[in-house]
Design a protein around this ligand. Structure first.
Ligand code: PBE
Length: 267
C-alpha cells in the first residue's frame, strides 16, 4: 500500500542484532531522542539481521536495520544510512584493541603486536567478503595474511618470536570482528603463540578482558558505541589504541526506500 507510512510499512520495527551490541543501546537512545514512541528495535543476531535484509531486498520490501561500517552488506546491496541530526549514534567511531591489565608484563611480544595492529576498511572488507562468499573464516584470513606480508611486518617488526605461549582473544560474532580476530589469530600463531579465540556476547567479552579471563579483544568500538562498557570497566582494562578509524554505526535502509533521515520515521 503506497499510502502507508514508513512505520506502518515495517510494523514500527527496526531489525536489530544481539542485545549487548552498542548499536542496540544507541538505537534505544535514537527512539527516545527522536520521540519514536510507537517504534521498537527487535534483537536477533548479526547473521539474522543480514538474512532479513537479504530477504526484504530481494522483494524490494521496506526494512530498517541497525547497520555499521565496515560491513560487506554495503558491497552486496545498495544501502544508505539515515541521517542522524540529533547524533544518537555518535560520529566517526574508531575500533580499538583492549587488553587485560598486566598483559604487557606477562606477554610483552603479543602486547606489542596488538598495540601495532592497524588496518583499513578495504583490508577488512576483503576478508569479510571472502567469508560472505563462502570461504571459511580461517581460510579467508589466511589468504589475506599470505597477500599482505608488508602490513603484517609493520605489526611484528622487531618483535621476538615466542615458544607456544598461550593467549586468548575474545570476540563477538559480528562480521567485522570475525574477520579481524581470524587474521590476528594467524599473525600471533606465526609468531609462536598458541591462540584461542572465544566467541561470546558483547557484555561477557568486556568483562572477560576486565577480569583477565581473556587477554585481549580487537572489538572495542569507541568512543560512543561501547561507552557504557568503557565506563563500567573503567580502570580494569588497557586501551592499546586504534586499529581502524572512520568507522560508523547507524540506521541503514535500502536506497529504494523513500526516506533519508531518522526524523522521517516520525511521519
Ligand atoms: N557492531 C559491530 C558492534 C561493534 C562492532 C557495530 C555491531 C556494536 O554495535 O557493539
Amino acid at each position: 500500500n503506497s499510502d502507508a507510512t514508513v512505520g506502518e510499512s515495517v510494523d514500527y520495527k527496526i531489525t536489530g542484532i544481539d542485545p549487548g551490541a552498542g548499536i542496540m543501546e544507541a538505537t534505544e537512545r535514537a527512539i527516545e531522542d527522536y520521540e519514536l514512541d510507537d517504534w521498537s528495535v527487535i534483537s536477533s543476531s548479526g547473521s539474522a539481521m543480514t538474512a532479513a535484509l537479504q530477504k526484504a531486498y530481494d522483494k524490494e520490501e521496506p526494512i530498517i536495520v541497525t547497520g555499521w561500517n565496515p560491513h560487506w552488506k554495503f558491497a552486496k546491496f545498495d544501502l544508505k544510512y539515515l541521517d542522524d541530526p540529533k547524533g544518537s549514534y555518535g560520529g566517526a567511531e574508531e575500533i580499538h584493541t583492549i587488553a587485560r591489565n598486566g598483559l604487557k608484563d606477562d606477554l610483552p611480544e603479543a602486547y606489542e603486536i596488538l598495540s601495532n595492529f592497524s588496518w583499513t576498511e578495504d583490508d577488512m572488507g576483503e576478508v569479510m567478503l571472502a567469508i560472505q562468499d563462502g570461504a571459511k573464516p580461517e581460510d579467508a584470513a589466511q589468504d589475506w595474511v599470505d597477500n599482505n606480508g608488508d602490513k603484517i611486518a609493520e605489526w611484528t617488526n622487531g618483535v621476538d618470536k615466542v615458544n607456544g605461549d598461550k593467549i586468548k582473544l575474545a570476540y563477538v560474532a559480528w562480521d567485522s570482528e570475525i574477520a579481524s580476530h581470524n587474521v590476528m589469530k594467524i599473525v600471533l600463531e606465526d609468531m609462536g603463540y598458541d591462540v584461542t579465540l572465544t566467541q561470546v556476547e558483547a557484555g561477557p567479552m568486556w568483562s572477560a578482558v576486565a577480569d583477565g579471563s581473556a587477554d585481549a579483544t580487537l572489538a572495542a568500538w569507541l568512543p560512543v558505541t561501547h561507552a557504557t562498557y568503557v565506563e563500567k570497566f573503567d580502570g580494569q582494562f588497557e586501551d592499546l589504541g586504534m586499529s581502524m578509524e572512520g568507522v560508523k554505526i547507524g540506521l541503514v535502509v535500502p536506497t529504494y526506500m523513500d526516506i533519508d533521515s531518522i526524523e522521517d520515521l516520525k511521519e
